[in-house]
Design a protein around this ligand. Structure first.
Ligand code: ATP
Length: 606
């Protein structure tokens, strides 16, 4: 069962909606305005980013089309234009001290500035990204050596180094910028290395290794994809620092006086500042505006990428359209009242998603009642919607899920419609036993701390009372040396014990309802049997209503009192377990039973 990326903590919104489907008015009011946009769309919807993009694009286009745009050559002089004021005919921004047209020189200057900065970025990318990839992926000696070189390079004062370089190369801006690119490469190295280290052991990378992909293909296909966003964002900042450095070096007189760049223009105009102070303004302005645009663009890009990395979200319009379509389609459906005797009662639950291929309803108006003391199995093929029901009861549907209708009453309160009621219920009246015991425990805290933290969040018990209760709960789930286990970290206990700890956490608040999501799937057969026995005992002792999501009909036969069979988002059959196994009503249930039997026979034979 998939885990939602985020609990559905939704903020109220006041959009009107048709109210004649069960639970829809309240659900719509619970909707959250959010955007479902690609990174580019997110960027384009940010006015500041649009302006920055326009500025950067204008600079690049000016550099590319400089020969067409500039009215004069970069070094063409006209004595009449010497120190001409802005607005002089033929010289909109005036002329410099040598009678050269300032606007034309700015246009030509953009070319050298852009080329120098791209050269610097290219060197920085080539050295920093490739060494970061290799160091992060292979680690070992290369990483140690590269780390040392990086530290050395980062400790060097780049401007001083570039000034020293001038003594060797003379006024050679391309070489200077290439060296500056080398000096900024450590920034990329560190960034890329840390991203690669964090993804190299991901399961999908292991899977790629297992299917036989070469390292080069794994890096090209999976690792580079993971580093692309930080590399692009960092690129904007590095370009900005490149423009600043080029201008600074030229301003110090280390640029090529025969060439024309914004930095050289700044230096030349500064030399004649007393005769023509306005001439300094233009190069200073374009340098500042371009640097500012690049930095703001980098920030906007970072925001857009972060937003798109969060789960897919749905606009109010999409939510409303989906709701209206659902209401229209099911206007005449009869919906029974919730069962007041049930610990949890579901009526007409509908859940959907907006995907790239359009809206899709995945739970189609299901009804379900589970009474106190009843263990109810929820079975069905993968993708049939079991998890959506479990998540709906727990109020942890992903943000992008559309709650299209229905009622879920727990203790007489419709928790589906009321997020506050859901929060008050979750962890107190309804608890959850997840599928993967290890990944549901925080590796940074001891078992005792994690259990105590959860307990203190939902009860008013003192520290000592919490400790006492934790010990007694650990005993009740069959952990005898409770005090020792409380001091252990998750990696120090077995999977079976971790699952017992999670069961203990679920029981901490003395809930009425437990949703168990395939809680034994990750365990070996012997431990599975122990955990099932434990759940059965606890449910009987405490009179719990338990919804047990599973694929395993053997477990259902062993543990459950009643069972619902799901297919394509619908409950097609609900019976007590014995009747279902003896007289399945639906063809699909018969197929499910016989396929499960064949699997078991195959297991026995092998
Ligand atoms: N975030 C999502 N976006 C789009 N569709 C989703 C999303 N989460 C689930 N679905 C769809 O909802 C349907 C039901 O999924 P669900 O996870 O409830 O199935 P399941 O019966 O629990 O399957 P399994 O036993 O494999 O966990 C599936 O078709 C699935 O593709």
């Amino acid at each position: 069962m998939s885990t939602p990326t985020d609990a559905a903590a939704t903020a109220p919104n006041t959009d009107a909606a048709p109210a004649d489907a069960p639970g829809t008015q309240a659900i719509l009011a619970d909707g959250r305005e959010s955007a479902n946009r690609s990174v580019l769309c997110q960027l384009l919807h940010n006015p500041l980013a649009d302006i920055c993009l326009l500025i950067v694009a204008a600079v690049v286009l000016t550099a590319v089309f400089a020969p067409l745009l500039a009215r004069y050559g970069p070094n063409v002089t006209d004595l009449a234009a010497t120190n001409a004021a802005p607005g002089t005919p033929g010289h909109p921004l005036g002329g410099d001290g040598s009678g050269r047209d300032i606007l034309s020189r700015l246009i030509w200057g953009s070319r050298q500035t852009v080329i120098s900065c791209l050269l610097m970025l290219g060197v920085s990318l080539a050295v920093g990204v490739s060494s970061g990839l290799v160091a992060g992926f292979y680690r070992g000696r290369f990483e140690t050596t590269a780390g040392f070189v990086t530290d050395v390079l980062m400790s060097l004062p780049s401007i001083i180094l570039l000034i020293a370089l001038y003594a060797v190369t003379g006024p050679n801006i391309p070489v200077m910028m290439a060296v500056f690119g080398l000096l900024t490469a450590p920034t990329y190295y560190r960034l890329v290395r840390s991203v690669v280290v964090s993804v190299r052991n991901e399961l999908y990378v292991d899977a790629a290794r297992v299917v036989g992909l070469s390292d080069a293909r794994i890096i090209g296909r999976h690792i580079l994809w993971a580093v692309r966003a930080p590399v692009v964002i960092q690129g904007a900042f590095i370009l900005a620092s490149g423009i600043g450095t080029e201008a600074g070096m030229s301003f110090l007189g280390l640029g090529d006086p025969a060439g024309v760049s914004w930095g050289v223009m700044l230096q030349v105009s500064f030399n004649g500042i007393y005769n023509n102070p306005v001439a300094v303004v233009w190069p200073a302005l374009v340098i500042s505006v371009t640097i500012l645009a690049l930095i703001l663009l980098g920030n906007a890009l970072s925001d857009a990428l972060q937003a798109s990395a969060r789960s897919r979200t749905v606009t109010v319009r999409q939510r409303r359209d989906a709701l209206e379509a659902t209401i229209t389609a099911h206007r005449d459906d009869a919906v029974a009242a919730p069962d007041p005797q049930a610990a949890v009662s579901i009526r007409g639950l509908r859940v959907g998603y907006t995907t790239d291929s359009g809206f899709r309803e995945v739970v189609h108006g299901i009804d379900l009642d589970v009474r106190k003391g009843e263990i109810h199995g929820l079975v069905g093929e993968s993708g049939s919607g079991k998890s959506q029901i479990a998540f709906s009861i727990l109020g942890i549907l992903p943000k992008e899920a559309l709650k299209l209708g229905g009622v879920i009453t727990i203790d007489g309160v419709d928790v589906l419609a009321d997020e506050t009621a859901m929060r008050a219920t979750r962890g107190r009246k309804v608890a959850y036993v997840p599928q993967e015991p290890m990944s549901n425990l925080d590796p940074s805290f001891t078992i005792g701390k994690q259990l105590a933290y959860g307990m203190r969040a939902v009860t008013n018990l003192s520290k000592d009372q919490v400790r006492e209760r934790t010990i007694s709960l650990l005993h009740s789930v069959g952990i005898d040396d409770a005090e020792r286990v409380m001091g252990l970290y998750p990696h120090e206990i077995s999977g079976g014990m971790a699952q017992r700890v999670l069961i203990c956490g679920a029981l901490a608040c003395d809930p009425d309802v437990i949703v168990a999501d395939e809680p034994t799937t990750a365990l070996d057969v012997t431990v599975q049997a122990e955990v099932l026995d434990l759940l059965r005992e606890l449910a009987r002792e405490r009179g719990l209503a338990m919804i047990f999501v599973t694929h395993n009909l053997g477990v259902v036969a062993d543990l459950c009192d009643t069972v619902s069979v799901m297919k394509d988002g619908e409950i097609i059959e609900t019976q007590d377990v014995e009747s279902l196994f003896a007289h399945p009503r639906e063809e699909y249930t018969r197929d499910l039973l016989s396929s499960s039997l064949s699997v078991e026979l195959m297991e026995v034979e092998s």
